[in-house]
Design a protein around this ligand. Sequence first.
Ligand code: NAD
Length: 473
Amino acid sequence: MQQAKFLINGVSRTSKMTADVINPATEEVFAKCHISNKDDVNDAVSAARNAFPFWSTLSNDERKSRLMELASSLEENMPELMGLVTKESGKPLGGLNGIGSGMEVGGSIAWTQATASFELPVEVIQDNEEARIEIHRKPLGVVASITPWNWPLMIAVWHIIPALHTGNTVVVKPSPYTPVATSRFVELANRVLPKGVLNLVHGDTEVGSLLSTHEDVSKIIFTGSTPTGKKIMQASAVNLKRLTLELGGNDAGIVLPDSNVTELAPKIFGASFHNNGQTCAALKRLYVHESQYDEMCNALADLAKNVKVGNGLEEGVELGPLQNARQLQIVKSLVDSARENGGKILAGGNEGNGAGYFYEPTIIADQSDGDRIVDEEQFGPALPVIKYSDLDEVIARANANENGLGGSVWSSDLEAASKVALQLECGSAWINDHGAVQPDAPFGGIKQSGFGVEFGLHGLKEYTSIQTLKICK
Ligand code: NAD
């Protein structure tokens, strides 16, 4: 059986305490995850601390060349990594609109290469006969990365590569639901990185809180739920850790009147249902003008009924299972509550038969703000389609949510759509798209979706502190 060991100071470690890793498509245990204890966490942080002086003083180009080597190693091992991601997360190899584990591993490679190529040069803000003032960007020290289960490898790469590139050392803790691909990634990375630069520990709440309370950890980069983000923020006060918190979302999409429903429906369906809706910035509430409401509902229901659901290792499967039994129960409870509240289930609405955490792709009409399926993050394959009549009112409804991750506006009138998009309270707004990210464009949430951004130069800066150097002449 596959073993997800942890790795400290370049050496892999096992534990007597293990947890089962379940393939969500079959409910079979396919790997054992070795759980770290307090001593392991302390050792991992010490290893990272000891590696910091050497790693942080390498040149940008030296660090870049190691990271480029890592990207090549990921490329060489792509089929294996794809298989691990599919087995642990349930995500299909190909997936709806090509969004599957191939994209997760391919994206991890692309992000590594792009991020390694960024530079944060010294800024000179004054240089005259009086003085020269330079702004230097310095690494923070040990960064702890805590990741969720929905995009396990990609999110680990999003955390780790910018931290390493700016000269920090890292301890990563993946979700215990999906520790396998990250373990393999860290193993491959340790073949090209000096020992101690990237360490891995395994576990859940306890190991996470050991990291967030640790005095020698300078920053936490966390992607996960809002309640956990709040706990990490409290725990981090112990030594005033820097934080980037990428938390939950309940993204609204607004379809403006006179839209081309035939053209937009497949794009909207993909934006909402890829990875079974288990994406932080998936479209989770769709507002459609009353003039096109029925047409859009029918088009989406048709797509939901025809999408291919199954074991992601099989060819042609577009949507896999939910990643875990708890998430399946959340989706089930929200759809059941919509049904009880007079919601009309136009497609889906049932659990799958047999093994696996499957739930039918579900389209729900006749629900509105105040109903649970609209107000709460479903993080699954169930989209509420909500009717509106007035544009100002719908913008207010889209914003009347504690989350502020992403939002979208759908229309062929790009000017009108931009005006609406700029009024949405969210960190990223898209027009005729939703959830698309790229390595050079900043991405992050506002309100209770967290703070700080990832990606591009803005994201890179979050792993540094400023030192201002004034040279008096
Ligand atoms: P979660 O908060 O339950 O767990 C995330 C990670 O935190 C896991 O590794 C877990 O072991 C760890 N953890 C749990 N308790 C901890 C504690 N007290 N201290 C430190 N670490 C702790 O989230 P999840 O269920 O794995 O992920 C789903 C959630 O993540 C959804 O709400 C989703 O919207 C959000 N998410 C957000 C983004 C984003 O970029 N904003 C991306 C993906 C997922």
